[in-house]
Design a protein around this ligand. Structure first.
Ligand code: 2HA
Ligand code: ZN
Length: 268
């Protein structure tokens, strides 16, 4: 489909999405069809691409997304595996166009691959972020073993305690994820309950730990979203490695953590 393949800026972004999908698999964060990605590509679409006809019947959304009317997204496909998204992003994901009134969407390229079952919650998150004036383009959901493991541990089922511990394992954690990580209580995958609880926490955090399920990161750049999750996963690994070696890690002190704020110009 030339309207898509000839669009160099768009294809460059699709390649970056495929690159990250490959990282999710090699990291061991994407068993079977675990995880999903949506990226707002509206600014990368040209007129020819925007006008492509629908490849499948129009689908209704569970919730209207008025701030996304006329927007375009690349979305990984339902049941599709990240390791194959990495190799063939258009066989394992598709480009969708949101209707001008934000009530439905059409799949327009390249094949009629149905989007992830999390499409409703992803779009509600994108819509919420636009509604508060943010230009966020990426929602990335994946299953990092170490961070999910922590969400089974009672003392860390609290966003402040969890953030403080992860930050204290290595300075990069606070530098790369300055807002910290919010804990979202368990609700089943794809549920509206999970979507609403997530949106509520996006007021404060760009990264969320879905209890006993996975991690979700939002941002302007898919590589940055991956890096943020990777950095928090590194902290969790340091914590678990210390525990396996038989000691409770000391962690950076309060002073050491606070000192980073002015040095790296972080929000306090
Ligand atoms: O797409 O990870 O949360 C599979 C999932 C659902
Ligand atoms: Zn999941």
């Amino acid at each position: 489909m030339d309207a898509i393949r000839n669009n160099k800026k768009l294809m460059a972004e699709i390649e970056r999405i495929a690159e990250v999908a490959g990282y999710l698999w090699t990291k061991g964060w994407a068993e079977r069809n675990g995880g999903n990605i949506s990226v707002n590509i509206t600014n990368l679409m040209d007129e020819e691409g925007k006008a492509l006809p629908a490849l499948a019947p129009t689908r209704q959304l569970n919730e209207t997304v008025p701030f996304l009317g006329g927007n375009f997204f690349y979305v990984t496909g339902t049941g599709k595996r990240m390791r194959y998204v990495a190799q063939a992003p258009f066989e394992n994901g598709s480009i969708i166009r949101i209707a001008p009134d934000g009530t439905s969407f059409d799949i327009i390229a390249e094949q009629p691959v149905g989007p992830t079952m999390e499409i409703h919650s992803h779009l509600m998150m994108h819509n919420y972020l636009r509604s508060i004036g943010r230009q966020t383009t990426v929602v990335l959901h994946t299953h990092p073993t170490d961070l999910i493991g922590l969400s089974h541990c009672k003392p860390y089922k609290d966003s402040t305690t969890l953030t403080r511990m992860l930050w204290s394992m290595i300075p990069e954690a606070r530098i790369v994820v300055p807002k910290g990580i919010g804990l979202v209580p368990y609700a089943h995958p794809g549920s509206m309950e999970l979507a609403y609880a997530t949106i509520k926490q996006l007021e404060k955090y760009d990264m969320l730990l879905w209890e006993k399920h996975g991690v979700l990161a939002v941002g302007d750049d898919i590589i940055d979203c991956f890096d943020a999750i990777d950095t928090m996963s590194k902290s969790a690994q340091i914590y678990f490695n210390a525990r396996w070696a038989g000691f409770e890690p000391e962690g950076m002190t309060h002073e050491q953590l606070e000192e980073l704020v002015p040095v790296f110009n972080l929000p306090s």
